[in-house]
Every structure is written in C-alpha cells, then in structure tokens.
Design a protein around this ligand. Structure first.
Ligand code: UD1
Length: 429
C-alpha cells in the first residue's frame, strides 16, 4: 500500500473541487440498511477505506454488495448472524453500528470493541447502557461484547452526554423494537437526520432527528429503498480551510453549506474571502488572516473533526489563537508534527495555543489519525520545500481521491514508489 506521499509546497491553488458523500453518514447508513433484509441502493457513496472495511464485514455476514461508481447496492435478504471479532472490526470505529442492527434483526450480537482513530479515550458506555435499558443483557470480556435480548423493548433513553454514535446506534435498534422509544439529549448532527431519513424511507417511523428529542415508533418489518447520501461536511470544511490558506480562486461544489455554518462563521471572522451559496463555496485569495479563539462542541457548533485542519490554518494568522478541544482532549498528535515544521504551538490541558504567522518548512512528518493527517497535508502544502507525509493510510479512511483532487487544483503531491523509499527515509530536511 502507498503509505507515503511527497508534497512540494507553496503552490497556489485554483479551480473546482467536488465533494463526495459523507463518511460519517455512510458508515452508519450501511449497517442501518441491514434492517430491511432486502435490497437497498445508495448513491453518492464515497470511495474510502472505511466503506471498504464495512463491505468486507457485510460479505462475511452473507450480505451481497455491488459498488459501481458511486452507487452501492446492498442485498441483505440472506443475512446471517455471526460473531464479528475479526480485524476488520478494529479498523472502523463505526463497526459499533452492527450492534444496533444485529440486535434488532437477531436479538443477539457478538462483536469486538470498535477501533478507529487513536485520538484518546473513546468509551461506548452510553451505547451499552441504552441497549441495557431496552432489555439487552451485555457481557464484556477480552475486548468482546456479547449482547442478548429475548426481544428489544422500546424505552426512553436519556443520554448523559451528547453522543453521535450512541444516538444513531440506539435509533437503529429502536427502529425494530416493540413500542415507542424516545432518545433525550440526542446529538443533532446532519448524519443523524440522514440515518433517520433512511429508516423512514425503509418504512420505519423516526421523528425529531436533528433536535435533542428523537421519537422512534418500532416497526415489525422494513423494506428496501434507494437513498442518496448527504455531502460530507467535514470534507467540505477541510477543502475550505485549504482554500483559505492557499487558494487564488477555489470553487467547492456539491456540498451543503447549511451544514458548515460554524466553520463559515470562523473563516469569515479571520478574514477569509468567502462567498456562500447553498451548495457551493467560493474562496478567493485571502491575506492578512487574523487570530481567533474557538471551542469544539457538538453540532451545530464547531466540529472537533475540523480542529486539526484549522490548527494548521491558524499558524498563518496574525496573533495568538486558542482552540479549546472539548470533545477529545487528547486530539493533539498533529501539534508535535506541526512544530517540527516550524509552527509555534503549545498545548495546555485541552487548549491548543497557536502563535502566528509562522513560515512552515518541509520535512518528514507522520499522520497518526485521519483528520490529523489532513492537517499535515495542509501544512505540507503551505511549507517551503518538500515534505514526506507518512501514514497516508489514515487519510484514505475518510477522504475520497484527495491526492488527485488537490493536484487538479495545482498542488504537487505524489505517492512515493518502491525504491523512492530510501529518499523518504533519509530526507530529514
Ligand atoms: C463521531 C464521529 C467522529 C466525531 C465525533 C464527535 C462517526 C463515525 N464518528 O464519533 O468523526 O469526531 O462523532 O463529533 O460518526 N462518549 C462517551 N461515551 C459513549 C460515547 C461517547 O463518553 O458511549 C464521549 C466521547 O468520548 C466524546 C463524546 O462523548 O468525548 C462525543 O463522542 P461521540 O459523539 O459518541 O463520537 P463518535 O460517535 O464516536
């Protein structure tokens, strides 16, 4: 696998970029589609490693899939329940959605603890206590959850903390539970509305998604349908941030700007030259960016998934910026790498303090997680000279075709072929 890219920095960017379907939606929509035990066809599906990993799990469960262009057809009419304890489960955080789906279909699931990015502690206690409230007995041993129920009972679950994963997982289980369920203090992300819409398209009944109270009326059976995945708001935000740093005129198309309002507000406030339409963002050359104080919080506030790319952009702003990371306090692995490149960033508790502007210099850096990797792509694009970015596999988990998309805008990014590795290993400059 090509895991290293070389980036020659300081190229201005121009042109159009098209946004793909949402990663965080599709990784929930795929397990949710199993509830139909029928054929579900998704359009606008991104080609990312997380989707490939989920398709491997589907094949293991005897579910047929066909992924053609951006259309994914899932036929789960012959699905069988098997323990999900293989390596694929560890690769994707969202594997936990198989808990809700398989409990709803078979009243039983055996599943390994989910993996995903290493960005600090990521418990799933809220998912588990919600299932327990719905009449599920859960045992945990050697990183494996065994969950069993005589039948799922609709219940009111009050989440102690706002959680995207717990909200979606419970909603999936509740779709086929006996009676009416309510989720209080639900997360309100657009991806939650997307999963609720899918369940409703399959003949289910979910009301209130997008608010903090979701009501689910359990159905006895659901059916297949066709469904279009919403645009990826984090991919949109990443390219908007890259455009703000280096764009002369960058058009971001096929997005939903209504899902990106917190970022748009921040970019405007620091002086980015931005024009906003419903499904297009236009970023023109932006100079003299100013510092800002920002906090990450659940939607509709500024998302933690854009904290890392924004950190890199703020190395170019005049003055001291502070980003307070309220969701994942330890999501700061990118800071060490950015400082290697010449940034002036300090971390105190969950505060990331960025002194700018600084000239970044190309060197060897290593992406440790998906969005941290994206922040280093931007740093290398900004840097003087050449950078070698290791850990590209993390970026492929969530960004469809990022190298080609950026090169089309005028960036200079290439995969390091075998034999060039020596250059990459030895170039510490
Ligand atoms: C989802 C997104 C991820 C994003 C995150 C926050 C997917 C596949 N991933 O992750 O990209 O960064 O939302 O927007 O959609 N928590 C608990 N107990 C739980 C569950 C969560 O304490 O049972 C905590 C977490 O540690 C975190 C906070 O709640 O501090 C929010 O987590 P959550 O919204 O659940 O994140 P994920 O769904 O895992």
């Amino acid at each position: 696998m090509n895991d290293i890219v070389r980036i020659r920095g300081q190229k201005r960017l121009n042109g159009t970029i098209s946004i793909n379907g949402s990663k965080n939606s599709v990784v929930a929509l795929i397990p949710a589609s199993l509830l139909a035990k029928d054929v579900v066809t998704f359009t606008n599906v991104p080609h990312i490693e997380d989707v490939n990993s989920l398709l491997t799990t589907l094949s293991y469960l005897n579910v047929k899939t066909k992924f053609d262009g951006q259309t994914l057809t899932i036929d789960s009419s012959k699905i069988s329940n098997k323990p999900l304890i293989g390596e694929e489960i560890k690769k994707v955080r969202a594997s936990y959605y198989f808990m809700g789906a398989l409990l709803a279909l078979f009243n039983e699931v055996v599943i390994r603890e989910p993996g995903g990015c290493s960005i600090g502690e990521r418990p799933i206690d809220l998912h588990i206590s919600g299932f327990e409230k719905m009449n599920v007995e859960v045992n945990y041993q050697d990183h494996i959850y065994t969950c069993k129920t005589p039948h799922l009972i609709g219940q009111t679950v009050v989440l102690k903390k706002v959680s995207v994963g717990a909200t979606i997982n419970l909603m999936i289980a509740m779709a086929l539970a006996d009676g009416v369920s309510i989720i209080e203090n639900a997360a309100r992300e657009p991806e939650i509305i997307d999963v609720a819409n899918l369940i409703n398209h399959m003949g289910g009944c979910v009301k209130g998604a997008g608010t903090s109270t979701i009501i689910v009326v359990g159905a006895s059976k659901l059916r297949g349908c066709s469904y279009r995945v919403i645009p990826d708001r984090i991919e949109t935000g990443t390219y908007a941030i890259i455009g703000a740093a280096l764009g002369d005129e960058v058009f971001i198309e096929n997005c939903n700007t209504n899902h990106c309002l917190a970022l748009i507000y921040i970019l405007k406030k620091i002086g980015v030259n931005l024009t906003v339409y419903d499904d297009v963002l236009i970023i023109k050359k932006s100079t003299n960016l100013t510092s800002i104080n920002v906090e990450t919080n659940p939607y509709p506030e500024f998302p933690t998934d854009l904290q890392q790319p924004l950190t890199t952009l703020l190395t170019q702003a005049n003055g001291i910026s502070i980003i307070k990371e309220n969701i994942y306090a330890k999501r700061t692995a990118h800071v060490i790498e950015l400082n290697k490149m010449g940034a002036n960033i300090e971390v105190y508790d969950n505060n990331i303090i960025i002194k700018g502007p600084t000239l970044l210099k190309g060197c060897q850096v290593s992406g440790k997680d998906l969005r941290g990797g994206a922040s280093l792509v931007l740093a290398a694009l900004l840097a003087e000279g050449e950078s070698y970015l290791h850990g590209f596999r993390h970026i492929k988990r969530g960004y469809d075709n990022i190298v080609n998309k950026l090169n089309k805008l005028g960036a200079d990014i290439s995969f390091i072929k075998k034999g060039d590795n020596d250059v990459a290993e030895n170039n510490n400059g």
